[in-house]
Design a protein. Sequence first.
Lengths: 506, 100
Amino acid sequence: VTDLRRTAAELAGDIASGATTSAELTQATLDRIAAVDGAIHAFLQVDAEGALAAARASDDRRAAGRPASALDGVPIAVKDVLATKGLPTTCGSKILEGWVPPYDATVVAKVRAAGLPILGKTNMDEFAMGSSTEHSAYGVTHNPWDLTRIPGGSGGGSAAAVASFEAPIALGTDTGGSIRQPGAVTGTVGVKPTYGGVSRYGLVALANSLDQVGPVTRTVLDSALLHEIIGGHDPKDSTSIDQPPPALVEAVQQGASGDLTGVRIGVVTELGGEGYQAGVLARFHESLELLTKAGAEVVEVSCPHFVHALATYYLILPAEASSNLARFDAMRYGLRVLPEGIDAPSAEDVMRATREAGFGDEVKRRIILGTYALSSGYYDAYYGQAQKVRTLISQDFAAAFERADVLVSPTAPTTAFPIGEKVDDPMAMYLNDLATIPANLAGVPGISVPSGLADEDGLPAGFQILAPALADDRVYRVGAALEALLLEQWGGPLLDRAPTLEGDGA
Amino acid sequence: MSASLSRDEVAHLATLARIDLTEAELDHLAPQLSVILDSVASLQGVSSADVPPTSHALPLTNVFREDVVEPCLTPDQALSGAPAQEQQRFSVPRILGDEQ
């Protein structure tokens, strides 16, 4: 019997040793999805046939002694914002209902080439706009820790799938925290790589200058293994960095030894305190203490312009998103709705009616806000000003990284909140990304590692580690050290304390 | 600086953005957008005129590739998601108004 609670690294070892096969493992994972996804709703689309065919091909490669990668045969879930050839890709939107891409995103092509069977596509806030996955046009995803609560967003589907053992690993995307914040509230690990470190080709753009694809996993090592598969230069993405990613698995091994002697850790004054839940802060400070005991030197650093990061983000993102989503014009792909009561409607009439019917509230809010911020007479005051403050935020990072090798904070200010609580209060929703947004604005890498359960509600909290651009290895080293120290303290993975789901043990 | 958007302004912006909004949506969205706008308006005055703008975190310029033919979509693949097609082309509604 395949133990689905094992990590991706362990499962790859099981396949390599012959203890299991990819076909067995993939079938067991599909059975698990069938048993528990009714309650979680992490998946929008499950591709059993495609996954099993890929698994059999993987087993053939293993039998021939030619595995395609370290994770060959380990199944993966993919966020529905990434184009998958032959498999519907909706971005959680009605406007793309049933769209089947004729091509693969580069990261999807890499994952396939590495031999990982694709289980299906995971739920998300529409076009990745949200922090709770409630803005999906296809229903909410439930947090495995408490089914009445949100799994974070926008990648709540990928995080919930991994947390509920419906997939060993998954791909996510992070524009303002959409990998890290769901990781924090589901007790899983998520990494936003350096901007340009992973190809964006075939990622349906939300905000081009902020979007980044990254790993969603249960352990830091699994993230590093997946990151090494998807990272690297892609000629199809003109913003892709033309150099190989740093040695990430090696950084994890170094970190897991638990020795952080000589590592300088900067606590960002502005990312903590008011607005942060007491239990989240308590776990943060305990984690910090463990890192200190491991030899790290902790300094406090101030990044004064971070207080403006949220406002900067909510001008730059809607501006870019309103331009990007102009492509949904009902002409070349996606939904086409004819307006009622108009004979021989024009293309513009059709476009307006289609976007009215095809976009949800949050998408409409952000398109209208972006249209305003970019309109003549307001451009300088809003978008232009935001671009300047973005420079100041990057300068704050540069100054802080002179004094510290990594910067740390709680990943999200609170634990998972009840479904429905903030869905119609945009500003309250936006505050969830307070601590994750600065990294996207500056393009630096970040990881969220589970830091424990908050005392108030017994729900997971996350510890965020940020490093300078291109130094992704540092977030892996420190993340792996913290994970090892906490595991020792807990006596096992945090997810062992999650409640059992209906269908468990089936 | 305090900022707000009137219902009429939101209706105008929706027209610019090519989204029909119902009366109920206008009632619902206009106050929410005002709250957001009021919040982001806090950026006014944060930076001085001499701060250069950042459009991309890691600026790259002149990204070229070799001028060689690469595989691309077939016409059938490119048209596979089209709401309507005719003679290997995207079929679209009329693009000119009565007055043009």
